[in-house]
Write a new protein. Structure first.
Length: 135
């Protein structure tokens, strides 16, 4: 069963992890392969994505034991300041043995759909429709 988290501004300034019920998760989910500073805009900056919200959602995956998918975008819907971004982090889609051979686009889409369904309020508050980029 996939499990999704949101990292960003929910109901107050600052980037925090939240579960699907909207509760702040104070301890980073076990096994997530990115540090907080990576999730707090560095994934976007490393991709040379200009800091301009437009609905484009970028992704990557990683993890040692579990496969984690990260979906991230520039977002001013929860915090109007520059460099504000949001991200969904999903585990439980795909399997480690297969993903090392071939990353299936279907898994990426499935994980993104799972995240959007888990966090409808985040999706609905966006000024631009979220559009998953194929890379």
């Amino acid at each position: 069963m996939p499990e999704a988290f949101y990292f960003g501004c929910w109901n107050r300034p600052g980037h925090y992890f939240h579960d699907a019920a909207g509760r702040t998760v104070w301890t980073k989910p076990e096994g997530i392969p990115w540090q907080d500073h990576h999730m707090d805009a560095t994934l976007l900056r490393n991709g040379n994505v200009p800091d301009a919200p437009d609905g484009r959602v970028f992704w990557t995956c990683g993890g040692a034991a579990d496969v984690w998918f990260a979906f991230f975008w520039w977002d001013r819907s929860g915090d109007r300041r520059g460099a504000s971004n949001s991200g969904f982090y999903v585990r439980g889609v795909g399997d480690r043995a297969t993903i090392n051979r071939e990353l299936a686009w279907e898994w990426v889409q499935e994980a993104f759909k799972c995240a959007c369904e888990a966090f409808p309020k985040i999706v609905q508050r966006q000024r631009f429709p979220l559009a998953l980029q194929s890379k």
